[in-house]
Design a protein around this ligand. Structure first.
Ligand code: GCV
Length: 721
């Protein structure tokens, strides 16, 4: 062992110094996410040359923008720009607000309408010299503009004749970490939580700053640090001091901290006998708690609450409503400018009704009764982040209440971190869905960005896929989902393909021969997961508890709506959940034109067929095939897509660093194996009901159904606990 170390050290000493120092010679492990700033090729770096930078740095936020540009341009161009105070040459980059930069003030730019977070980037002349200005009303806008400028450079776009104006369409753009205080991440597949609570508040891991940089680069402006299934301990003085320390790191990057609040905290850490939201002592307790938090963290964002859902305490425990609970907390944070994000992910233990209907049933009657600083946070679909769900019927149904979107970035139901599934097309599908609430064109995006009903308080939440893995997200391609979520939160009308193009160029390579096939591969990847897991509107068919792998046979246990048989309802006649007027009538929760379309077997889109209807096995599909044949073919189509992704990726070896190429290749191999498993197990199971042969040419599952049912995964990651 000793000899081998000596030999290795000697070999290392002989390497040319330049090779050791050059970042491009080092293996890439994904830590730098899309902010890699690797040297541009000669043509692009000549076009992007920025010889000088005039940037104030008298506040931490200004310093963050200046440092990022120095770091970014230094990496991309090979030399850091000179810091100047006067523009004395062509090509300078000038940034600031009219208050922070006399140069910006002198330009008398039209910054009206950009708001607090918007910015403009424009090619201008200053003192006879060509320059580019990044200007905003506030420092945070300048930082966002700096990241946008770097993105243009990273993606090889022209930096001349610029005239860009940007401001976010959504106000609250938060990550929701489902991180417990013991660092277990519920539904996390990237290692344990990045919050090192034990060493906080003293040890501020540099990773916290890089986390803030990555988020600010995509416009995320808030983070909920702890799981919605939270312990009340998060609100004790010891943990609040740790939260204060994190808030200090994030502040220069425009990121506010929020906490999930356990509704029964007044009992558990406050010594009260009740958490009844109408009890004066309880209200006083929450007000005092809010005052305590704001004394430590003056820009604290507010609370996120999961109440009366999956066993969590809530106002209904005292015969009170969701509005009573939310408004009590809202009153406590209102004097400090805080907000409450109250989740609509509820379904009752006792409630015998279709689970898909329950959130609507519970919330719609309270429309108009929530305080002004409350947002109701609604998942994209009515069940639970399935590979495909129709849009949640609450969107469009609570016009007097701001509804914020909750997307899941972590892939609880889409193959954890090993399956390559680019989720932006799924987010886009939900955002572009037409609720018809105020006639055609009433998209979910318009509900979320407030334009449909004129709400100023708007928001979007993404359940984070971040952990201590070097690459943050558990796989290189899962970084794209974090990235795309941020871009869509900033602009819900942005296109998933364009976002993928930017991400690929920044993360891997700007070579069109690489970008085009990888973007194509990403764009179809989520549909492939739908195909090999839950085609044609099937849903909630995964393994019990951990949600790993197929489990269409899951039955029994504590509650019907935690089983698969509840959702697919397969029998000898057919398959699917009848939510039409003749069934649970969930369709009636949508506006009339949508209800008509979904409720009629003749008009329901095939991708939602089995979500809304129980359909005979021999039902004729648009393809002319029977439902059974179509189902089997869809499963196979999903597997084939994964095979094609493997071929594409293998063909790109040499175009990216070997380290990242290899991990993606191995993960794709895992994905193919598991896609095949989903296909085989599902077909073996459903064939016991359909009793029909497989279509010609389709291989029978290699194992018996009993074999698939016998597989156990007691240590699968991410389980709730
Ligand atoms: C945080 C699903 C997940 C749970 C999660 C819950 C929620 O049920 O499986 O882990 O709990 O959604 O969104 O609250």
């Amino acid at each position: 062992m000793w000899c081998r170390c000596i030999a290795a050290a000697a070999a290392l000493a002989m390497l040319p110094v330049a090779l050791l120092a050059s970042p491009s010679a080092l293996a890439e492990d994904g830590y730098d996410v899309w902010l890699r700033y690797r040297p541009l090729d000669q043509a692009h770096s000549a076009a992007a040359a920025v010889p000088a930078l005039a940037a104030p740095a008298s506040t931490p936020a200004q310093g963050a923008a200046r440092d990022e540009l120095l770091r970014g341009l230094g990496g991309l161009l090979g030399t850091r720009p000179a810091l100047i105070e006067k523009v004395d040459r062509d090509g300078a980059l000038v940034l600031g607000t009219p208050a922070s930069s006399p140069l910006v003030a002198g330009l008398e730019l039209d910054l009206a309408g950009l708001g607090e977070e918007g910015y403009l980037i424009r090619s201008v002349r200053i003192g006879g010299h060509a320059a580019t200005v990044i200007a905003a009303n506030q420092d945070i806008g300048v930082l966002y503009g700096a990241f946008h400028f770097l993105r243009l450079a990273q993606t090889g776009q022209s930096l001349s004749s610029l005239d860009l104006r940007e401001s976010p369409k959504v106000k609250i753009r938060v990550l929701n970490h489902w991180d417990n205080l013991d660092r277990h991440v519920e539904r996390g597949y990237a290692g344990e939580s990045i919050w090192d609570w034990h060493r906080l508040p003293d040890w501020l891991d540099p990773r916290y700053t890089d986390y803030a940089r990555a988020n600010a680069s995509i416009g995320i402006n808030g983070t909920v640090l702890n799981n919605v299934n939270t312990s009340a301990q998060a609100l004790t003085p010891m943990y609040l001091d740790k939260t204060r320390a994190l808030a200090g790191v994030f502040r220069p990057y425009g990121i506010k901290v929020y906490l999930s609040a356990r509704f029964s905290a007044p009992i558990e850490i406050g010594g009260l006998k009740t958490a009844d939201p109408l009890d004066p002592a309880v209200r006083r307790w929450w007000k005092a708690k809010a005052d305590e938090i704001y004394a430590l963290i003056p820009d604290f964002g507010g609370f996120l609450v999961k109440a009366n859902s999956e066993g969590q305490p809530g106002p209904q425990d005292y015969g009170r409503s969701h509005a009573d609970g939310a408004n009590m907390l809202a009153e406590a944070v209102a004097p400090h400018g805080g907000i409450v994000m109250w989740r609509a992910f509820v379904y009752s233990h006792e409630e015998p009704d279709d689970r898909a209907k329950q959130a609507y049933t519970e919330f719609v009657p309270y429309d108009g009764t929530f305080a002004d600083n409350v947002l109701v946070q609604v998942k994209n679909g009515a069940i639970d982040f399935q590979p495909r769900e129709p849009f949640h019927p609450l969107f469009g149904a609570m016009p007097k209440t701001p509804l914020m979107m909750e997307f899941q970035i972590t892939k609880e139901y889409l193959g954890f971190a090993t399956h390559l599934a680019y989720l932006a097309p799924m987010y886009e599908e939900a955002l572009r869905a037409d609720t018809h609430a105020r006639g055609p064109g009433s998209t979910v995006a318009k509900v979320v960005d407030g334009t449909l009903e004129g709400h100023a308080l708007t928001g979007m939440a993404g359940v984070a896929n971040i952990g201590v893995d070097r690459n943050w997200s558990g796989s290189h391609f899962d970084q794209a989902n974090w990235y795309a979520y941020g871009r869509l939160a900033w602009d819900p009308d942005a296109g998933s393909r364009e976002i993928a193009q930017d991400w690929v160029r920044m993360t891997f390579s700007t070579d069109p021969a690489f970008v085009a096939p990888v973007v194509d591969m990403m764009m179809g990847s989520r549909e492939a997961v739908v195909d090999y897991m839950t085609p044609l509107g099937l849903h909630h068919l995964m393994g019990r508890g951990h949600h790993y792998g197929p489990g269409p046979w899951v039955a029994g246990g504590p509650r019907a709506d935690w089983t698969s048989v509840y959702y697919h309802r397969a029998d000898r006649n057919g398959i699917g959940f009848d939510r039409s007027a003749g069934g649970s009538d969930a369709v009636a929760q949508y506006a009339a034109p949508v209800a008509r379309q979904f409720g009629d077997l003749a008009t329901v889109p095939e991708e939602f067929l089995l979500w809304f209807h129980h359909v005979p096995w021999d039902h004729r599909m648009a393809s002319g095939r029977t439902l059974w044949d179509e189902l089997v073919l869809r499963y196979g189509r999903g597997v084939d897509y994964v095979k094609s992704m493997r071929r594409t990726w293998d063909g790109l070896a040499g175009q990216v660093d070997a380290e990242r190429h290899r991990q993606v290749a191995v993960f794709l191999a895992i994905q193919e194996k598991e896609a095949q498993w989903w296909r085989d197990a599902s077909i073996a199971y459903f064939q016991t009901f359909s009793k029909r042969p497989l279509p010609k040419g389709e291989a029978p599952p290699p194992h018996t159904l009993e074999y698939y049912e016998s597989l156990q995964f007691p240590f699968a990651p991410g389980d709730g606990k």
